[in-house]
Design a protein around this ligand. Sequence first.
Ligand code: AMP
Ligand code: GLY
Length: 428
Amino acid sequence: MKVLIIGSGGREHVLVWKLAQSQRVEKIYAAPGNPGMENLAECVPIHVDDLEELLRFAREKSVDLTVVGPELPLVHGIVDLFEAEGLKVFGPSRKAAQIEGSKSFAKSFMARHGIPTARFEVFSKLANARNYIWNHEGKLVIKADGLAAGKGSIVCGTKSEAQKALEEMMLRNVFGEAGHRVVIEEFLEGEEISVLALSDGKHILPLVPSRDHKAAYDDDLGPNTGGMGAYAPSPFVSDALMDEIRRTVLEPTIHGLAEEGYPYKGVLYAGLMLTENGPKVIEFNCRFGDPETQVVLPLIESDLADLMLATIDGTLGDVALQIRKAWAVCVVMASGGYPGSYEKGKLITGLEGPFEKDVVVFHAGTKRVDQAIVTNGGRVLGVTKIADSLEEAIAGAYRAVKQIHFDGAFYRRDIARKGLDYLAARAM
Ligand code: AMP
Ligand code: GLY
């Protein structure tokens, strides 16, 4: 098979790496891809949102399977476009992708189907939103309705912080159109987890539950980022809890979308808070999570191309997932200043290794300049280690991180620490 991966981040590097292991796959293209993939894929300079050009390329090269990494082309209808031309493509349709593309759609969908989530209200008028804030006690989360590159949710501890967040979104347009409508919701307390599940519109195949680390600094301090590291499986999710998540979240979501006329095909990402009153949905994404994918896919032994074709063909019900009994930890190395402004073009050294067994360095924001690899984004690398114990996976990931250098590099030192503490407490 010839495969085309759309995107250029760490998630897409993992997808290339995993699909390259498939018996079925003989050629991989990545658009636009990144230098980390160069030995596995041919990178072609097409922007992720140039849908017409991507379609032209897929037809010209007779691509057998296109895999869409980021949300933007999905929300803009790339799957509908490719399917209309008879091309196989992994991802949800434009309408099904609204589950991520519009937070107000997602929230009212959850309300219609009894899916547990934070209490919320939707506002298009600033005055009404302000009123709501002033009459509400306790922490609130203010969310831009549309896509905001993962930065559109602001946790507000006080009324004046909430007021400021509202004004930035609704008056000062910091997220453009996306912030003209806002969702205001109650703050949920608990442990956060990410559940990625494949669905062909009817059947559901949950992958290993994982844990992202959204805050920029250790101990979950600082501003939210796209994700500073991840580990899997999450020890906080027992088999019984996974069954509950399937029953209360995944099934009603997949069945509800089908009932409403938008069957969901692809990978559904449920961001969940494990609250005192059970798991509640923080958000849905219509794609693989980043960096969660860097720890989830390395633990899957099944052929990813088979899983994706079954997702597209509606035969996921016949598939059993083979999982490696191990732990995976990914530490993100970021540019100094991220998630605020940062410099690019810093030389990265140490990438050629050698690294110890079961270490993979996924590129997220890098660029080739002649023979050198330089930084080209906020999140630069995802350094992943797979091991038989969580402790060893953590230690191995940090040993590999220490082998790599670039000016201003920073990373969290506590990725997966809470998981390790939890396991230690449980063993006592
Ligand atoms: P979102 O943009 O919805 O993914 O939110 C980004 C991050 O903000 C989440 O991963 C959570 O860490 C936090 N967050 C969002 N909504 C809530 C909520 N209702 N309660 C607590 N934390 C939240
Ligand atoms: N890691 C969070 C996301 O992919 O949205």
